[in-house]
Design a protein around this ligand. Structure first.
Ligand code: ZN
Length: 426
């Protein structure tokens, strides 16, 4: 083969094997439509240089730990097992809370930072539910213990990591969720917080440019859930007013939903009594809708109460009575108010484009594709996100189309053959 063809082939091989880095960011509780309630010029700037969705469809239940673990693993709650921020496991005979880092609770799913290290990449996490736990015997290359840290410090750190040898950086910020809980999703204080978060997005985009990372890093920015107005005093369903509490052996969680285990032999009577409330839907475990992908897990109790939007399930008259929060989430994921934002930008992302909404469990496939790594088994689909990926060359790790030649690779092949032919002639 003529030398020029060899040089050209080497060049093409280099293009095909080029792997850009990935930064995954979550802004907790960033409801999809906050951006229409206040000016968010920096998110607009991000949309202009990349892709946005009006919203994405997140998983049930719409709580922080379950939702974030679904984004990180591509699995529904019933599969990864983090079915609440708090939960009880009948085999362990133990209760989980957000501080629980014991691997045995987390091993149900393989988060992206573990998939990356398993395949020889370096990953680093600056907070994310599950990121401090050893999972399936592995940890991210670098991780931070959760603390109260200024978002600008986080951004400075993660961009430094990416400037160094980290391939995948993951970052979580607790805002605007905190403000949403305290003031409610329509309050002026929440709007101010959204603008603060927007400024932080601007700071992030500036840092990526300053550190010469914009052309090397694919940024994916999303959230776990939305937020709705609540009133713990006026919109409450007291379990004690519906059933004899001695008929219940165990309960877990409260607010938008509550898990209940009745005393043996009392399932039907407790179920019937709770069902009298017209402000919540009560499910026997086997009746929980399939589309929630929630019921097939031992941590889900025999009865699940899901409050109507804005209502709170509480234990008795003293429960949450002094709590002044004006916002909450954890309700049915089909509610518009529960849906989060999505933005992405970088060398492999389509520019100035709005993608149709997809599922939060698809993000894992997207990240694996951007990193050119194989996916662990998951519930997502790359097919729903490929419309905004403009990546050239290798398509490894795409469970739904592995082995299929992309148009770009076919074109590259044709060019090489033509080139060899022309060179041979000359
Ligand atoms: Zn959250």
């Amino acid at each position: 083969m003529p030398r020029i063809a060899i040089v050209f082939l080497t060049f093409l091989a280099g293009v095909a094997s080029r792997r850009n880095k990935v930064l995954l960011v979550s802004m907790d509780g960033f409801r999809w439509d906050y951006v229409s309630s206040v000016p968010t010029p920096n998110l607009d700037r991000l949309a202009g240089i990349g892709t946005r969705a009006d919203y994405i469809n997140n998983t049930f239940c719409t709580k922080t730990f379950p939702s974030h673990f679904s984004v990180a693993t591509g699995l529904y709650e019933e599969s990864h097992g983090i079915i609440g921020n708090v939960m009880y496991d009948p085999v362990f005979n133990e209760t989980f809370n957000p501080k629980t880092m014991d691997s045995k609770w987390w091993n149900g799913g393989e988060p992206i930072w573990i998939t990356a290290v398993k395949q020889g990449l370096k990953s680093a996490t600056y907070f994310w539910p599950g990121s401090e736990a050893e999972i399936r015997g592995l940890r991210p290359t670098l991780y931070k213990k959760y603390a109260n840290v200024d978002i600008r410090v986080q951004i400075d750190n993660v961009t430094d990591w990416l400037k160094g040898d980290i391939d995948l950086a993951v970052m979580y910020s607790p805002q605007p969720d905190k403000a949403g809980h305290t003031y409610g999703p329509s309050a002026p204080e929440l709007k101010e917080k959204v603008q603060e978060v927007d400024l932080a997005v601007g700071f992030l985009l500036d840092k990526l440019e300053e550190k010469n990372l914009s052309s090397k890093v694919n940024l994916v920015l999303t959230s776990d859930h939305g937020m709705t107005e609540i009133d713990f005093q006026k919109k409450r369903i007291e379990i004690s007013s519906l059933v004899n509490l001695s008929d219940i052996i165990r309960k877990s969680d409260k607010g938008p939903l509550m898990h209940i285990t009745p005393v043996e032999g009392k399932l039907e009577s407790v179920y019937q009594a709770l069902s009298k409330s017209d402000k919540m839907t009560v499910y026997k475990k086997e009746e929980i809708p399939e589309f929630w992908h929630y019921k097939n897990n031992r941590r889900v109790m025999p009865i699940l109460c899901v409050a109507d939007e804005g209502w709170s399930v509480v234990w008795d008259k003293d429960d949450l009575i002094n709590k002044t929060d004006r916002g909450n989430h954890g309700y049915d994921n089909r509610l518009s108010s529960m849906k989060p934002i999505f933005y992405a930008a970088g060398p492999d992302i389509r520019k100035n484009y709005t993608t149709p909404p997809f599922l939060s469990v698809d993000i894992y496939s997207l990240l694996c594709s951007l990193l050119d790594i194989d996916q662990a088994s998951n519930n997502g689909s790359y097919e729903r996100v490929r419309n905004f990926v403009v990546k050239q060359g290798k398509t490894a790790g795409l469970s739904n189309d592995s082995g299929r030649l992309s148009i770009s690779s076919i074109m590259a092949l044709v060019i090489v053959l033509l080139f060899s032919f022309v060179c041979k002639k000359s």
